[in-house]
Design a protein around this ligand. Structure first.
Ligand SMILES: Nc1ncnc2c1ncn2[C@@H]1O[C@H](COP(=O)(O)OP(=O)(O)O)[C@@H](O)[C@H]1O
Ligand code: SF4
Ligand SMILES: [Mg+2]
Length: 312
């Protein structure tokens, strides 16, 4: 359904006196992946690893610096917004216009795409509100009158009115109370079945993707560290960074990855380490790690680590 090839995004951060960029932040580096129709593809990594930048490129908000995106076999031109791909942002607090009614907010996309008559639009909005578990009395209200969970339901309804096929969920529950998070995730999974949706689920929290996701891509400083089937990666992570992320999930009982607890801060993407991006925090780093490891095929996965330097 979606194929991404060698995607990179460099943000200019310093300019010379003529306004020409002279220094770049490499937010996303040479990322390739494929999303199958009807699946959940997760992108996991700590804050600053480039997840939202990828989401924004895929939904046409940013142009990539290089790389190609194919949607249903056709190349997507730079920043071309297509109705089929919609995005739900992390924080409904900032993504919903506080001065507009819920009715206007949910209908807005239909107005922009001019896709229905006024009567049809009202019906589509009512149906969308119902499908996210809200009642139509909410339509007259303003965002500040709603709870966090209700706001995120509105944000989901707003993207559903355009009948998307691919929904990009950028940390859809991380701004919500723990008790509401599961409700929103359950709702998203119900909607996926109901409307035959495909999801790109972005999160910094690997435990969220467990059981929900088919494929997972682990990002660190804009680079893929490991990618493959979610269940097998969670059960048996190869990359030291994935091991650390899994180790940081609290779990009862036996713990066999305890040497991999994640310590220290992620280096600034403005000043990334030479060689392996993860080497400053890797508990098993060795001399070779001062050279950048290639992304290798290893037992049906992609892994970027010198410990897995032979294609298997
Ligand atoms: N518009 C921008 N201009 C400059 N730097 C940016 C911009 N957007 C994101 N970045 C930087 O790119 C890196 C990746 O950011 P982001 O994609 O938001 O990461 P994540 O969503 O994984 O937290 C961060 O270092 C961030 O500061
Ligand atoms: S390449 Fe080296 S530093 Fe990087 S993850 Fe592998 S062992 Fe650790
Ligand atoms: Mg983000």
């Amino acid at each position: 359904m979606l194929r991404v090839e060698n995607l990179s995004k460099n943000f200019p951060v310093e300019f010379d006196i003529f306004g020409k960029p002279k220094r770049f932040l490499k937010a996303v580096q040479d990322v390739s992946f494929q999303v199958e129709k009807g699946s959940v593809f997760s992108i996991v990594g700590e804050s600053g690893s480039g997840k939202s930048t990828i989401a924004r490129i895929l939904s046409g908000i940013y142009n990539p610096s290089s790389g190609k995106i194919y949607y249903e076999g056709k190349i997507l031109k730079d920043a071309k917004r297509i109705k089929d791909i919609q995005i739900v942002f992390q924080d409904p607090e900032t993504s919903l216009n506080p001065r507009k009614t819920i009715s206007f907010i949910v209908e807005e996309g239909l107005l922009v795409h001019r896709s229905a008559s006024r009567f049809e639009r009202k019906k589509i909005v009512r149906d969308a509100i119902k499908s996210v578990g809200l009642t139509s009395d909410i339509l007259k209200k303003y965002p500040h009158q709603l709870s966090g969970g209700q706001k995120q339901r509105v944000a989901i309804a707003r993207s559903l009115v355009l009948k998307p096929k691919l929904l990009i969920l950028d940390e859809p529950t991380s701004a919500l109370d723990v008790s509401v998070q599961a409700q929103i995730l359950n709702l998203l999974m119900e909607l996926k079945e109901l409307y035959n949706l495909t999801y790109i689920l972005i999160t910094h929290d690997l435990k969220i993707v467990n059981h929900l996701s088919d494929q997972v891509m682990v990002l660190y400083l804009g680079q893929i560290m490991e990618m493959g089937r979610c269940d097998s990666i969670i059960e048996n992570p190869f990359h030291p960074y994935t091991k650390s992320l899994i180790e940081s999930i609290p779990k009862p009982g036996e713990n066999n990855l305890e040497n991999f607890s994640l310590s220290g801060e992620m280096p600034s993407p403005l000043n990334p380490p030479e060689g392996c991006a993860f080497q400053t925090r890797c508990p098993v780093a060795f001399e070779k790690c001062s050279k950048k490891p290639p992304l290798m095929n290893f037992r049906g996965r992609k892994v970027r680590c010198h410990l897995y330097n032979q294609e298997v």
